[in-house]
Ligand binder design. Structure first.
Ligand code: 5GP
Ligand code: MG
Length: 181
């Protein structure tokens, strides 16, 4: 039996999406981008850490002139509110007037992306497109369009292909879903 359950810290995860299916979804996004963006000289902006594998595999399949850079979201608590502020750090390219394509691993509630969008608009990006490998439509509360979605999934917590559970599990080639106990 190759339905292998894996253990990360205190949780068990079961096989959910095989790499072959992930690869097909990435290829579909790349095909669309190769049509839509071939004359836009976009700047791909991958959000670390989770999106590094998706960004790499996607970038391999892009055949037009473009740039890529990597940013992180630093979480810190505001001095007055208990709400966590997530600020983009590491933008060293001049994104003013650029066609930016955000590369994200997963969009859940959509709040993180909303913050990223607001910051990129403030800095002065000309056009912003969003690409996410995974999308949880039942949880999404955003009001903005997501231009490129690899796979829609349910609300379950997943790991693998770059995504972690408490820093572990990013190295799995396939995606695994949590086994509720
Ligand atoms: P959102 O702000 O859209 O609710 O959440 C986005 C972030 O939450 C993602 O970038 C990711 O870090 C994390 N996240 C949401 N769902 C999952 C999941 O199923 N697995 C993992 N590993 N992270 C998730
Ligand atoms: Mg992420």
């Amino acid at each position: 039996m190759d339905q292998k359950i894996i253990q990360i810290h205190d949780k068990k995860f079961e096989p959910f999406i095989k790499f072959a299916e992930i690869d097909k979804a990435v290829a579909k996004i790349a095909d669309r981008m190769n049509e839509d963006l071939h004359d836009k000289k976009p700047l791909f902006l991958a959000i670390l850490n989770g999106s590094f594998m998706f960004a790499s595999d996607l970038f391999h399949k892009i055949d037009f002139p473009c740039e890529i850079t990597f940013v992180k979201l630093a979480s810190y608590s505001g001095t007055k509110s208990t709400e966590t502020v997530r600020q983009l750090i590491g933008i060293d390219e001049d994104i003013v007037g650029r066609n930016v394509v955000i590369i994200e691993d997963i969009i859940d509630s959509g709040l993180t992306m909303e913050r990223v969008l607001a910051q990129l608009k403030m800095i002065g990006a000309a056009d912003i497109k969003i690409a996410t490998l995974l999308f949880k439509p039942n949880s999404f509360k955003g009001k903005y369009p997501i231009d490129y979605v690899g796979l829609e999934i349910g609300d379950d917590f997943i790991v693998g292909y770059g995504l972690d559970y408490d820093k572990h599990g990013r190295n799995f080639k396939d995606i695994y879903k949590i086994v509720e106990s």
